[in-house]
Design a protein around this ligand. Structure first.
Ligand code: HEC
Ligand code: HEC
Length: 509
């Protein structure tokens, strides 16, 4: 009789023995791994409950559906160059759904573009356009409009649109008012709309670089808003600017269910802002795998992402990087302001002795503690919202994380080659322009203020962090078909002002 070994291949025998004895190397490795991942899950579930995370950043908030009449009309306004002073820039110029709700540029290019309908990489400011050089005219990076309804306290990198009451889950609609650049710090703007988002929407049209252009210098903020409303309605001094004003009037009448209202009554700057806000607030994109994990599915995220989550939430003493100290809650932002000395590139906000830097939150509060502080960015969908930081100076998540871990080294070793946008101003002055924020960080550390600390993390751990950040991406935003509800069908406006965006290869976005 042949020995059993000759009949049954040795690996089968091996596993049979292993199954009965469960004492073999591979099996105990597997057990170890399972118990490792079990203990990781237990640790993460403790963190989740300790931080009251639900994964649903828009829970308990009133969010319009994109199918609602107001969001639909808001979408058409958002995509309309009729709201640009010279009809060459729209909200969507810098906030396109296919580009993560931003523009995929370090610094935005609004009016005076070589091709107004080309968005993303390759969008250039025309060297022939009046005012400014061929570089990006806008001094800051465009944040995403996705999940905009989750902010309760401040909008903009410096928080210059700000809820006075800051009530949780209210989006600034708690009745205490909203402060804007049209009112003094901490004082409610009487013309603010009913929430932060629609209030913010009243400002891009007043910015010469973003939308207003340079042929309307005679008009103040309120005058340009009313001029644009009159343009859409075909009234006032701009009666003949659009060939077809019925296009807008019919839509406003239907949306507000006021079939006999006049353009003057219904196409107001206040209604335009409200509608733009409804469209933006409908952009709810937080159905991500981190949320699936929170809701109980242990297999929703990878082992590496789980390690990354631990590093993200645990303190330095626990071996983590304490990211959640600032990137807190389901929004991954404390809505607070911190100086983390991000590289200062671009034309700046006119601050500093050379007028080409940006004092951030200090511009609003005039408190020297707030110099170079910028609002903590939300990290929802962060994988798709680059380039990152207030001036878009980093074009990889790895670089932006390494900056956090050691700002001094990151600035000293900054890789200018990562920037793909042409003609960015003041690159030669980046180091000197950023030094003041590094100095401030150093002195705050000496004073033991609660500021970012240097942390050593291996490349492997940084990769885990990146894998975790990628679990915050809602798959819908990578899917053109899923996003199509937020993009109007082409060429609906008889005036030709709808911005039907293309990329640098003339492919429709
Ligand atoms: C030329 C590019 C450009 C255009 C056009 C533009 N934006 Fe922006 N948007 C930006 C930039 C840049 C910022 C950040 C500015 C800052 O913080 O100082 C911003 C900020 C915002 C924010 C604040 C986001 C946040 O997280 O705080 C919202 C909301 C927004 N824009 C909506 C709009 C709407 C609505 C319009 C049209 C009325 C519009 N934008 C037009 C570039 C643009
Ligand atoms: C002290 C508060 C603080 C801590 C701690 C912190 N961050 Fe940040 N983070 C910020 C601020 C503030 C910004 C925006 C800075 C700017 O725009 O200049 C930011 C920006 C970012 C961005 C870019 C987002 C964007 O849209 O531009 C990423 C990614 C990021 N942080 C990840 C992390 C990670 C990962 C950690 C942990 C290793 C971390 N942060 C720790 C405050 C913090």
């Amino acid at each position: 009789m042949d020995s059993i070994k000759n009949i049954i291949p040795s690996w089968v025998l091996f596993s049979l023995v292993c199954m009965t004895l469960s004492a073999c190397g591979s099996e105990s490795d597997r057990n170890k791994k399972n118990s490792n991942s079990r203990s990781t899950d237990i640790a993460l579930r403790n963190i989740i409950s300790f931080n009251n995370l639900t994964g649903d950043v828009l829970k308990d908030r009133e969010i319009p559906r994109i199918e609602s009449a107001k969001a639909q009309l808001g979408m058409r306004l958002f995509f309309s160059k009729s709201l640009g002073g010279d009809r060459d820039s729209a909200c969507v110029t810098c906030h396109h759904p296919v580009l993560g709700g931003g523009d995929n540029l370090s610094l935005s290019v609004g009016v005076g573009a070589e091709n107004p309908n080309l968005l993303g990489k390759g969008r250039l400011h025309s060297a022939l356009a009046t005012n400014y050089d061929a570089g990006p005219p806008v001094p800051r990076n465009a944040p995403s409009t996705f999940n905009i309804a989750a902010w309760d306290q401040v909008l903009f990198h410096d928080g210059r649109v700000e809820s006075v009451g800051k009530t949780a889950n209210n989006q600034g609609a708690d009745g205490l008012g909203i402060r804007t650049p049209d009112s003094k710090f901490n004082v409610a703007d009487p013309l603010a709309s009913n929430n932060l988002t629609s209030t913010q929407a009243r400002f891009p049209v007043t910015s010469p670089e973003e939308m207003k252009g340079f042929n309307h210098n005679d008009k103040n903020r309120q005058e340009i808003r009313e001029f644009l409303a009159n343009r859409l309605g075909g009234s006032g001094a701009v009666a003949s600017e659009l060939i077809d004003t019925d296009y807008w009037l019919n839509q406003f009448r239907t949306t507000f269910n006021k079939p006999t209202a006049t353009a003057k009554e219904i196409i107001t700057e206040q209604n335009i802002a409200m509608l733009l806000g409804e469209y933006e607030r409908s952009q709810a994109f937080s159905q991500n795998s981190w949320r699936d994990y929170i809701e109980g599915n242990n297999a929703a995220i990878s082992a590496s992402a789980k390690q990354g989550a631990l590093i993200f939430f645990q303190t330095q003493a626990q071996g983590g990087a304490n990211c959640a100290a600032c990137h807190r809650g389901d929004l991954f932002s404390d809505e607070g302001f911190h100086n983390i000395a991000m590289p200062q590139i671009g034309r700046g906000k006119g601050d500093g002795s050379d007028k080409n830097t940006d004092f951030g939150r200090f511009r609003e509060t005039k408190d020297k503690n707030d110099k170079y502080a910028f609002r903590t960015a939300s990290l929802l969908n962060v994988e798709m919202t680059g380039p990152w930081s207030h001036a878009g100076a980093y074009t990889s998540l790895k670089a932006v994380i390494q900056h956090h871990l050691n700002p001094e080294n990151a600035i000293a070793d900054y890789d200018f080659g990562q920037l793909t946008q042409l003609n960015i101003q003041n690159l030669d002055k980046m180091q000197t322009n950023t030094q003041a924020s590094l100095d401030k960080l150093a002195s705050d550390r000496l004073l033991n203020k609660n500021v970012i600390q240097n942390i050593e993390l291996s490349d492997e751990k940084i990769d885990h962090l990146i894998d975790f950040l990628k679990t915050l991406t809602d798959p819908c935003i990578k899917d053109r078909v899923c996003l199509s509800k937020w993009i109007p069908p082409v060429n609906e406006d008889p005036n030709g002002d709808q911005l039907d965006a293309v990329d640098a290869t003339a492919t429709r976005l």
